[in-house]
Design a protein. Sequence first.
Length: 389
Amino acid sequence: METIIHVDMDAFYASVEVTKDPSLRGKAVVVGGLGGRGVVTSASYEARAFGVTSAMPIVRARRLCPSAIFLPNDFTAYTDFSRKIREVFLSYTPLVEPLSLDEAFLDVAGSLKLFGDPVTIGCRIKADIASLGLPCTVGIAPNKFLAKLASQKAKPDGLLLVPVGGIEEFLHPLSVTSLWGVGERTGEALRRLGLKTVADVAAMPRRTLQRALGDSLGAHLFDLAGGIDDRAVIPHETAKSVGSEETFSHDLDAAPDILREILRLSERTAGRLRGADLCGRTVTLKVRFSNFKTITRSKTLEEEVDNGPEIYDAARALYLKLDPDRPRIRLLGVGVTGLAAGPPRRQMSLLSGSSSPGWPAATEAIDSIRERFGDNAVGPAALLDGDDR
């Protein structure tokens, strides 16, 4: 039965900005990094009509749509709305698998007696999310692969059901690029075999596909072309990493400037860890140079951390080990992996009866101030501009 629902928010970040400021409704809105090297993270459908797309350089977006309203990312607001959306999902089923802030799979097989058939549930979810001021698109199908394709087909602000008896009618006319796992190289390999549509792949013998693409990929694509996808909806999947990164408007070279940005990113990452009630043991520094070469360096700590100073100490040590003759730096990122739930579990000190007794109280106070007055209300003195000190 068609009990898998894929919900995808429409132009999520831009839609949140419109909800925050209703005067933006009906206008071309572009959200992203506004510096010279910033990229678009979301664009309203009015802006998309001019060719603006996600991941496009902001500079190009301004050329395509100079009349658009350009806004910086407000991740605090996006996370808050994402939490409210998740609460809507959980009011219908505990089987919710989030894919990102703005999309998720739901398995409503156990909810039909309470809320009605899947289409009724999908309509109710759309109405509940609309009450938050946001549009979304819903795809309903027998499995995750088909449900996601259905939501893509129904955008924007639509709902599409792929019934068990209509899978071939829906799926087979689509391009082979609709199949999960078909990128540029695999797409070219399929075209060399004369396969352009999903129907072409479905008509090809499984063994022929496996010989051409490899056993695993060939079998995978053959099953998808037949509408087969047996993956379950996995609720509340634990995050594997938490981090922050930033591309700079100009390349960095001076060590004090670089360390200042590493400190800023460490504080941001620490806040995200505590906001998710997580801690971790491995700190990773990501560096992209002006020649676009990207490297990562990691350090595993003896104890878990969730505060900015300790994350910064590890990231700083990683940076100081880099070749001093390195190129200028275009991007920095600080992340934490090896995650565990809750605050760090620390060894007890024989002298004081506790370890680092000041950090939990300090971070709790910092989080309380930021929650009330904003993310920039409190932070390390080193991040203050000269005029603010």
